[in-house]
Design a protein around this ligand. Structure first.
Ligand code: FAD
Length: 410
């Protein structure tokens, strides 16, 4: 919460934005001016930008939370159990609750068919209350009833913050709830904390509000987005936050909620669910991810898969993944793409093979505990991010690695 000085309003209904480049906070105006300087009549454009900013309405000091209190999260069910990103979410939720103080509680909404038993997992990872909605028709996620239920619970409980994991369903659900509650959504956040907004003109400090941070401009900048409408809703990028330590035996309040649901909410019927093999869960749970890039498309990718398989045969939780090019060229399903527009993973070991190290790929794997890069170009950027680098042809290196693993190397 030190970013109070540089907040500049932009003409947006949602929020002012500060941009940070590395460790230096820069205002959006600096940023715009820097961009304008690239060409044209700099002075005229600078004036235009400054005028626009000075004319922008300042957010007045007001507390429109109407008693809003508490943090609500959504526990998504995937393959019959709570999806890991929903448990990760309890890490920032606990941090925010501690920062807000005043006995702020974490509520988690659990919707599905016979899901009550899963509540204990949520208590042990940090939820203070689990609100259960059970209905046979809600076995599979459906955006219409789920968003309706969520909005009803929000209306009744009046939380000040609502958090969702930025999974496919979370990305769909959160904006619907944003609309239903007249709020907004900050999507795909990698940082969440409580800050204090200083009103630029009146120099008064607003009550603590949610500072949602998310990468922007191709991951080269970090935007801090402030929500002034309650509940403040954000989605958190899966894989960014660690799963909070499990506190065996921890309990909390188990509540049930009976929503009002009409036929209108069930106009979509799920006839069949076909789950892909390389699902979301596998990549998030893997200890070692062997990832292939353009350098391995074709035969090379078979070696990438073989290395992952060899590790699995040795009892290691391993999975294979890839860069976007591999997906774009049709060699892999999208579910395996790592990066800005794919998954964010944080395995113990990430092996990047034939991946040059574009910033959009790095965004999805930089939190890995150890990164091993294999590339025949010694100048490839990936080596700047790697803990261990092997310069050479994957055709020479991978067969040897596979043999070593098969031979008992762990
Ligand atoms: P390349 O950059 O072509 O690198 C191939 C590497 O293989 C090279 O370093 C080369 O030296 C090496 N190589 C070739 N042959 C061999 C060999 N025989 N042995 C060893 N090494 C070899 N990318 C993602 O990955 N994930 C994303 O989510 C993503 N999102 C994006 C979003 C946006 C908005 C944009 C604009 C781009 C995004 N990209 C994403 C694309 C990204 O910019 C890069 O184009 C992409 O990551 C490059 O993939 P690559 O490293 O596999 O291929």
């Amino acid at each position: 919460p030190t970013i109070v000085a540089n907040v500049v309003n932009i003409v947006s209904e949602r929020a002012p934005i500060t941009m940070s480049s590395g460790h230096d906070e820069v205002t959006l105006v600096d940023n715009l001016i820097a961009n304008f300087k690239k060409g044209g009549n700099v002075l005229e454009k600078k004036e235009k930008v400054e005028k626009k900013v000075s004319e922008a309405p300042d957010f007045p000091y007001y507390d429109n939370r109407n008693g809003a209190k508490g943090i609500i999260t959504w526990a998504e069910i995937a393959n019959g159990k709570i999806a890991r990103p929903s448990i990760e979410l309890l890490t920032p939720a606990r941090k925010l609750a501690d920062q807000l103080g005043n006995d702020t509680k974490i509520m988690t909404l659990l919707i599905g068919k016979n899901v009550k038993d899963q509540a204990q997992t949520l208590f042990e990872h940090g939820s203070d209350e689990v609100i259960v909605v059970e209905d046979d028709r809600l076995e599979e996620y459906l955006v219409l009833p789920f968003s309706s239920i969520f909005a009803q619970v929000i209306k009744e409980r009046n939380p000040e913050i609502a958090l969702f994991a930025a999974t496919t369903s979370g990305r769909e659900l959160a904006p619907r709830i944003g609309v239903k509650t007249g709020s907004g959504v900050t999507a795909d956040c990698t940082g969440l904390e409580i800050g204090e907004y200083v009103n630029r003109k009146e120099k008064v400090i607003n009550k603590p509000i949610l500072f949602s941070r998310r990468p922007t401009y191709g991951e080269s900048k970090l935007a801090t987005i402030l929500g002034f409408v309650y509940p403040q809703i954000s989605t958190a990028r899966a894989g960014t936050f660690e799963v909070p330590a499990r506190m065996e035996g921890r309990t909390g309040v188990l509540s049930t909620y009976k929503p009002i649901l009409t036929d209108k909410e069930f106009t979509v019927e799920i006839l069949q669910t076909v789950r892909g093999g390389g699902g979301l869960q596998n990549l998030f749970d893997a200890d070692i991810i062997v990832s292939g890039g353009r350098g391995t498309t074709g035969d090379g990718l078979e070696l990438v898969k073989k290395l992952a398989d060899a590790l699995v045969q040795k009892g290691i939780k391993a999975e294979w993944a890839c860069s976007r090019v591999v997906v774009d060229e049709g060699y892999s399903e999208y579910a395996r793409q790592v990066g800005q527009t794919g998954k964010t993973v944080r395995p113990k070991v990430y092996v990047a093979i034939g991946i040059s190290g574009a910033i959009q790929h790095i965004a999805g794997m930089k939190e890995s505990e150890k990164i091993i890069a294999i590339d025949h170009n010694p100048k490839a950027s990936i080596f700047h991010f790697a803990d261990f680098g092997i310069v050479g042809e994957y055709q020479d290196i991978l067969p040897e690695l596979i043999d070593r693993v098969n031979g008992g190397f762990t």
